[in-house]
Design a protein around this ligand. Structure first.
Ligand code: DX5
Ligand code: ZN
Length: 234
């Protein structure tokens, strides 16, 4: 039986930072076991799972069944990114499926504080995400209740988009908010060899990469070339 660390994975990820998590959107879902083996060999810190409902974002991916399947394949932290409306309806089901972190979008809830506490009460790390056009002011109240803040550097919905560099200002803004020092900071979208340096320099600790890994033949080579560009000034 594989381990689900739950919220305990947060200190471990802070320790491992700066660390890359592959976004399982463009991977080969027909060979999930092999994909996970290759990603573990490549040294990823966890798996970032993009759940999309076709309503919050104009794309549809997968739900709890894929999370449960992955839970059976790996002890790596499962970092579940919910791009869905009414996430409160499904957080328990995603916890039961094996999620270690559940991130909801500030744009999808009116009660981010309550949702952070609900997720933590389920024993799962609580993340709050903001799209590029959303000011971090909207999550100021939720920050003290969250374990992680996810700054989107593309508009949620699709892999392979271009990096939106101005979002990097949000890391300092978050760090200067009450409770902002304790959070782990994650960035998601357009992370590759040429953007991972500036992203880590500006404070990103967890770096989600999709096409920069899955569009390469060798995941270990892709990881090595990205990690070689990381700025370790954390
Ligand atoms: C977009 C997802 C991202 C995306 C990253 O909505 O949340 O995780 O898949 O893919 P790349 O790295 O290709 O931008
Ligand atoms: Zn994502």
């Amino acid at each position: 039986m594989t381990m689900s660390l739950g919220r305990e994975c947060i200190p471990a990820l802070k320790e491992a930072a700066p660390a890359v998590l592959p976004s399982l959107l463009l991977c080969d879902f027909g060979n999930l076991e092999r994909e996970v083996e290759l990603l573990e060999e490549a040294g990823v810190a966890g798996l970032h799972l993009d759940v999309m409902d076709g309503v919050f974002v104009p794309n549809f991916t997968y739900g709890m069944t894929i999370i449960s399947a992955l839970r059976k394949l790996t002890d790596l932290p499962l970092d579940v990114h919910l791009m869905m409306v009414q996430p409160e309806k499904y957080i328990e089901a995603f916890r039961d499926a094996g999620a270690d972190i559940i991130t909801v979008h500030a744009e999808a809830t009116k009660d981010a504080c309550g949702l952070m506490n609900q997720i933590k009460e389920l024993g799962v790390g609580a993340g709050i995400a903001v799209n590029p056009d959303t000011s971090v002011k909207v999550i100021e109240d939720a920050i003290p209740h969250a374990d992680m803040a996810l700054v989107m550097s593309v508009h949620a919905g699709f892999g392979g988009q271009s990096f939106i560099e101005p979002v990097l200002d949000k890391f300092d803004e978050i760090r200067n908010m009450p409770g902002g020092d304790d959070l782990i900071l994650e960035i998601d979208g357009g992370i590759n060899m040429s953007t991972i340096g500036i992203a880590t320099e500006r404070g990103a600790q967890l770096l989600v990469a999709g096409s920069a890994i899955f569009k390469q033949d060798d995941y270990s080579v892709a990881m090595e070339s990205m990690m070689a560009q990381v700025k370790y000034n954390q």
